[in-house]
Design a protein around this ligand. Structure first.
Ligand code: ADP
Length: 357
């Protein structure tokens, strides 16, 4: 039995009270008026019981008042129904466990806030760094042109072209930033519709063919899969495929190959994008999908990339309730894969996902 329980302390208090009243009764009995023996027993007994109830009532009232003030100050509903017969011990035990869980919640909240603060600092630092490079190079070309290079037919055009390239890079970063900000603000509810994923992949492969040709990289679907309908946001999945295939070209080797395969398993379709490019050391996997994270800061850097491509991919797939996976070996190649829910509709559908037959 816990001796620090209020009810036990009250019991001790009433016992002491009862002993005192016995001594008092005995004193009166000896010195002033003699009592009967029954009265000598009854007086301490009754005063002990009465003292117990009075102490109990007063202490309970005091504790309830104090606790409701404390609960109010920590903005938690105490959930104690004053009309219900709850003992003091229960009230205090509940208060103790409430305060402990409140403390745990606050600790979690504080560590989350610290994490966010750290993330915000890193994000701002990274953003400034990413924008600084193209802005400084534009500034450099323009000042050189103004300082006289504008009249030099041999270099003026090439300087303008380089400044233009740096502007394109800045626009790319801003567009990606804009997209990632929108994805977060919208809280990213994907517009789920049924569409043919193999058709979407073919479309994207066509749009990226020209970029791949510059490095003589072959882009191909592993085989002709025929129509495979998935339930997802077509535009956003298009963005995921574009980012992943673009990376396979950017980090692919000259004369290399990017292959896309589809695997059907139960209710899911898994899409795999494999390249035989420079690969990624697995130690980078945990941070690969963070904004602005780059595997190697200088070497093999995709100068056109914003460092946000994989963060966007992860964001979109998260909103579909799916994960992005990566397998890779340095100098051998990388495979990025993700799954989508198969759609129940298998025939042709309109752009709004309505069956046409
Ligand atoms: P970036 O704009 O730098 O390409 P991403 O978010 O798309 O940004 O990619 C993050 C980093 O992951 C890249 O800088 C690159 O180091 C690495 N990476 C992404 N895809 C591949 C790939 N297919 N092969 C090798 N490295 C890759």
């Amino acid at each position: 039995m816990k001796t620090n329980r209020p009810s036990i302390l009250i019991l001790y208090g009433s016992l002491i009270f009862s002993v005192i009243s016995f001594l008092l009764a005995a004193f009166i009995d000896f010195v002033i008026i003699p009592f009967s023996n029954a009265l000598l027993v009854l007086i301490p007994l009754i005063s002990g019981v009465v003292a117990y109830f009075i102490f109990y009532y007063l202490l309970k009232k005091f504790i309830n008042n104090r606790l409701s003030l404390i609960y109010r100050s920590i903005q938690v509903n105490n959930g104690i129904d004053s009309t219900k017969k709850t003992s003091i011990d229960e009230v205090l035990e509940k208060a103790e466990s409430d305060v402990n869980s409140w403390k745990e919640d606050r600790t979690i909240e504080i560590s989350k806030l610290k994490e966010q603060e750290q993330f915000r600092k890193e994000f701002l630092g990274n953003l400034a760094h990413e924008l600084k490079t193209p802005v400084f190079s534009i500034q450099g070309y323009i000042s050189t042109l103004l300082d006289g290079a504008l009249e030099d037919e041999n270099i003026n055009r090439s300087f303008l072209e380089r400044a233009n390239k740096a502007t394109d890079r800045m626009v790319g970063i801003l567009e990606d930033l804009d997209q990632i900000a929108k994805l977060e603000v919208e809280d990213l509810k994907p517009e789920l519709r049924s569409f043919d994923i193999s058709e979407l992949i073919k479309e994207i492969l066509e749009t990226l063919e020209l970029t791949a040709k510059q490095k003589n990289i072959v882009l191909a679907l592993k085989k002709d899969y025929g129509p495979i309908h998935v339930l997802a946001d077509r535009t956003k999945i298009g963005q995921v495929l574009t980012n992943l295939i673009n990376n396979s070209i950017a980090y692919g080797k000259e004369n290399g190959k990017t292959e896309i395969s589809l695997l059907l398993f139960e209710s899911l379709v898994t899409i795999e994008i494999s390249d035989n490019g420079i690969g990624i050391d697995p130690k980078h996997f945990p941070r690969l999908f963070e904004r602005f994270y780059r595997v190697e800061k200088s070497r093999n850097r995709n100068e056109g990339g914003s460092g946000l491509g994989l963060a966007i991919v992860k964001n979109i797939l998260d909103s579909h309730g799916q994960a992005i996976n990566v397998r890779s070996t340095v100098n051998v190649g990388s495979t990025f894969s993700f799954s989508l829910e198969k759609s129940k509709i298998s025939g042709p559908v309109s752009s709004r996902g309505i069956p046409l037959k």
